[in-house]
Every structure is written in C-alpha cells, then in structure tokens.
Ligand binder design. Structure first.
Ligand code: KG4
Ligand code: ZN
Length: 350
C-alpha cells in the first residue's frame, strides 16, 4: 500500500510517500524559514502563501523521488490541525481535490500524534524501524506544545502539559532576547556547547500538577538578567558574546533537566520501560544525551526520531494516516482545517 502524506501546518510544505507502515519512499520538505527570519518569527500570511506556491511542486517531486504516478497512490493522509489556519487550508484543500480526482480514500491526521510515530519509520534503507511498544511514555516537545502522555495499546492519557509557553517557544524567545535570530533552538543548542551551564541558575517552577510544565518564568528571568548585564558601564561586544554562550548553556541545562525529570518520573509512575520523544525540540543534542543517559541508569529505553524526521515532515503524517485508516477512520470531502485540534486523549488530574 502506498500512502501520500501532506503536511502544511506551519512554515513547512511537505509531501511524502510511504510504503506499508514504515518504509519511506520519499519525504520532500520545503521550508519558508528564510522568509520569516527578517521578522524574528513565523508570519502566518507569508507561511500560507509559501505553502500555496510550493504544494504542487513538492507533491510532484515526492512522486518523482518515489518513482510512482498519481494513480499508484492508495491513500491520502493530510494534517488537519493544530497549526496555522491559512497553511493548514492549503494542505487540506489540495488533499481533498486529489482524493476526489483519484478516487482514493482520505484521512485527517493530528500533527501532534504524528510527531511521536516518526519514531516508527525506518531510519535508513538498511535499518529496521522499531516496533511500537504496547505501552510507553510520550514526550512531545515542539514549538507549540509540551506534553507528557501515556500510551497503552493505542489509548492515550495526557499526564501533564505546559501551563504557558511551549519549550520550543521558550528556546525561540530566549534566542530573540539574545539577538540570536529565529528559530532559536538550533543556535542555542550549538552555542550552549561553548558556554558555562552553571553561570546562571534558574529556579525550577512549581506546578500544582505533578507532570505539568511552565517555561514562561525562565524566559522572563533571562530577559531581566540580560537587561541588567547590558546596563553595566564597561559592557562590550566580547562580554555580550560570552553572555550569549553562558545563557544558552544555562537556559538549556535548566529546561532540559525539567523535561528529563518529569518524563522519567512519569515512566516510574506508570511503571513503563520505554519513552518515545517527538517534535522539533527532539533534535536537541543535550536533550538526546541527558534523557538517554539518565534513563539508562534507571533501566529505561528512550527513542528519538532520526534528525531528518524530528522537525515537521509529511512521512510522519503518512505513517499516522495508515494507522488511522487501518482502524477504520475515513474523512469525507467535508474535512476542514482545525487550528486548535486536540489530541484524542483523556486528561489525568494528578
Ligand atoms: O515540531 P516543530 O518543527 O514545529 C512545531 O510543530 O511547532 O518544532 C519547532 C520548534 C522551534 O521552536 C525550534 O526552535 C525547535 O523546534 N527546535 C529546537 C532544535 N531544533 C528545532 N529546539 C532545541 N534544540 C534544537 N536543536
Ligand atoms: Zn511540529
């Protein structure tokens, strides 16, 4: 079975073809990042226009790389939300048109659910993908969401989530304060290697609920610290450069340690041996190392998607689409974009 995945939830336009559940035949991503950089963040209108310009080209390229014709497609899976309305509408409209024209079934996919299943796609031609465990803890870390979930035979429970900013958002805001440009994650990840992680200590925010997060306090603490430093009379470019490195390292150490602590606490609470991580921040080198090592001490296994599948891409959408299709889900031509789409899960009040 060949599934076409379509992802246009934010600033990326992506089409992918997967064979069966896990074999990637093509995964083409066109990013509009360079168009947003001068504005210091994603401009929704520019993002949707880019999706509209790119979707046809990206679709044809995905088919070319997969060496298939449109008639070979058996299923179309498209991101229906959450994300930016304008961008989402491009993918959903394109998918509906194609489904109608080719007479193939269509499924709507939740972008957040897809991020986690990126772990179950094959990493390379000769590598076997891992099987989805019967039960696991999910850690979803992206630009818009931070969530700990418990998965048992396809049933999902939300154990905790952020009460304010997402962790990716905190990376982006801290980078903005430090004049490091957009997006903040990759540049902070890189600079942190040259800075002192103990230069500034951030207090761990206290939450009412055991597995909830908060990242807006640390961003404000960074802002005040930077403003104070820059007021010093002998402030110069060299000290600014050192400040960037030290703050990158200190902020990252704090944010990652909170993610690691709560995720492993959730694994202990649910007596689960596997943690599956997904979302743009899963590309972070310190998170990868720290979570893997700390988990190993506790006899737990952690899985991250390959770097190519950590960010937004359509292969993960196709993979989730196949699962949903097999469980009987179908979308009609009434399918529409839902910018606030929630994951199908119950919330545990801990
Ligand atoms: O999943 P994603 O590509 O888009 C959303 O669904 O939001 O995540 C984007 C987020 C951005 O906030 C970006 O700064 C962050 O992922 N990110 C990283 C890294 N690479 C991307 N954060 C930390 N370290 C990274 N290496
Ligand atoms: Zn995403």
């Amino acid at each position: 079975m060949l599934t076409l995945g379509i992802e246009t939830s934010c600033d990326e336009t992506s089409c992918a073809v997967i064979e069966g559940t896990h074999s990637i035949r093509s995964n083409v991503v066109s990013s509009s990042l360079f168009r947003h950089q001068p504005f210091g963040g994603v401009v929704p209108e520019i993002a949707s226009r880019h999706c509209l310009e790119q979707i046809d080209v990206v679709f044809k390229e995905a088919l070319r790389q997969a060496a298939i014709k449109p008639e070979d497609i058996d299923l179309i899976a498209v991101t229906e939300g959450p994300g930016l309305m304008g961008s989402l509408l491009v993918g959903v409209s394109f998918a509906k048109g194609l489904s109608y024209e080719l007479g193939v079934p269509l499924v709507g996919v939740n972008h957040l659910e897809a991020h986690l299943v990126a772990n179950f796609l094959n990493a390379g031609k000769d590598q076997k993908p891992q099987r989805m465990p019967q039960q696991f803890i999910g850690l979803l870390v992206s630009g818009g969401h931070t969530m700990i979930t418990y998965h048992q035979r396809g049933r999902v429970t939300i154990l905790g989530e952020t009460v304010d900013d997402a962790v990716g958002e905190a990376y982006d805001k801290v980078a903005k304060i430090l004049n490091l440009g957009y997006p903040g994650g990759p540049v902070i990840d890189r600079l942190a290697r040259e800075g002192n992680p103990d230069a500034i200590r951030f207090t761990k925010p206290k939450q009412k609920r055991r597995f909830d997060f908060s990242f807006s306090g640390v961003k404000t603490a960074v802002l005040y610290y930077v403003q104070n430093q820059r007021r010093q009379p002998d402030w110069n470019e060299e000290r600014e450069k050192q400040l960037q490195k030290d703050l990158a390292a200190s902020f990252q150490k704090a944010a990652v340690s909170w993610l690691v602590d709560k995720t492993l606490d959730a694994a202990v609470y649910k007596k689960v041996k596997t943690v599956i991580v997904g979302g743009g921040v899963s590309a972070n080198s310190h998170l990868r190392q720290s979570l893997t090592e700390t988990a190993a001490h506790q006899g737990l296994k952690v899985s991250f998607p390959t770097m190519a599948l950590a960010g937004d891409n359509a292969a993960m959408i196709a993979r989730r689409g196949v699962e949903l299709y097999r469980s009987g889900k179908r979308a009609s031509l009434k399918l529409t974009a839902n910018p606030n789409l929630k994951i199908k899960a119950r919330r545990l009040n801990l």
